[in-house]
Write a protein that binds this ligand. Structure first.
Ligand code: MG
Length: 284
């Protein structure tokens, strides 16, 4: 199923894409959980019933599937060898692949939905860059989750554009500020549940800017795969239902290009992962 959060008739509702067309929205509480996060907390299978409301596509607007995460989006840095290499080369450093995952987070307030307009603030950054990423949404949490069991803890997969203000990222030495601007975490267009993703480590992943291909890779090329990532993270901190983990971006980002390229007003960015949809945003 494709799990959505939408704005419909002035209200925020959640539900699923109807394979026949349109949305099927969960009834309001107490008949159903109020949000996707509340559904994940219940830990019960997702079963849209007869009391779910059918709504035509054009009557509702897609929001990020989890519009306000409970805590920061957890992100893997330098998790594709070709991106790690281009990043270090662009900084004039020796190319050394990470032996342990590079992990940072994006503020919850950075999340925005598909098709949204993202305001570039030239007095804050002049170097906003794109990063298409596969993100997973945790279903069951836990500590010390073994890699062999890890995928059973995943609820589904979505797409994130890990927008990165490079000047802030490098100036402040730590990733958090440069990754956490308002609307710097487009997410969506929905969460595809695990049963519909045969192999999350075999998905074509692409990013286009104004129709021009900038990033093109496959999730098989991650250094730390999804299962190993969950094992490592949960070995250190408790993962919780609804946690969002972005798994890193492949090569082709703007700052490592010659000359470097950054997003400008009028640009359109499309992040696409096979089977998961297209996440499109407009820069103003
Ligand atoms: Mg990233």
């Amino acid at each position: 199923m494709r799990v959505v959060t939408v704005r419909y008739a002035g209200e925020e509702r959640w539900g699923v894409l109807d394979p026949e067309g349109g949305f099927r929205l969960a009834p309001r509480p107490p008949e159903a959980p109020a949000t996707v996060l509340d559904h994940l907390d219940e830990g019960v299978p997702l079963r849209p019933g007869d009391d779910w409301e059918s709504v035509p596509l054009e009557d509702a607007t897609l929001l990020a599937p989890i519009p306000v995460p409970r805590r920061n989006v957890i992100c893997m840095g330098l998790n594709y060898a070709d991106h790690a290499e281009e990043s270090m080369r662009a900084k004039g450093r020796e190319v050394v692949l990470p032996e342990h995952p590079v992990v940072f987070t994006k503020a919850t307030t950075s999340v925005t939905g598909p098709d949204s307009e993202i305001v570039l603030e030239p007095d804050v950054t002049e170097q906003m860059d794109w990063e298409v990423e596969l993100a997973l949404v945790m279903g069951r949490g836990g500590r010390h989750i073994a890699a062999a069991d890890a995928l059973q803890h995943v609820f589904g997969y979505t797409i994130i554009n890990d927008l990165s203000a490079r000047d802030l990222q490098f100036r402040h030495k730590q990733f958090f500020l440069g990754k956490s601007l308002d609307s710097a975490c487009p997410m969506g267009p929905w969460i595809t549940t695990v049963d519909e993703v045969e192999d999350p480590q075999a998905l074509d992943i692409r990013c286009r800017v104004n129709g021009e291909m900038k990033q093109e890779a496959n999730t098989s090329l991650m250094i730390f795969g999804i299962a190993r990532t969950i094992e490592i993270l949960s070995g250190i901190l408790r993962l919780q239902p609804g946690d969002i983990i972005a798994t890193g971006t492949p090569a082709g980002v703007g700052f490592a290009r010659t000359p470097p390229q950054y997003l400008r007003p009028g640009d359109r960015v499309e992040c696409e992962i096979a089977g998961l949809g297209v996440l499109r945003n407009y820069f103003i």
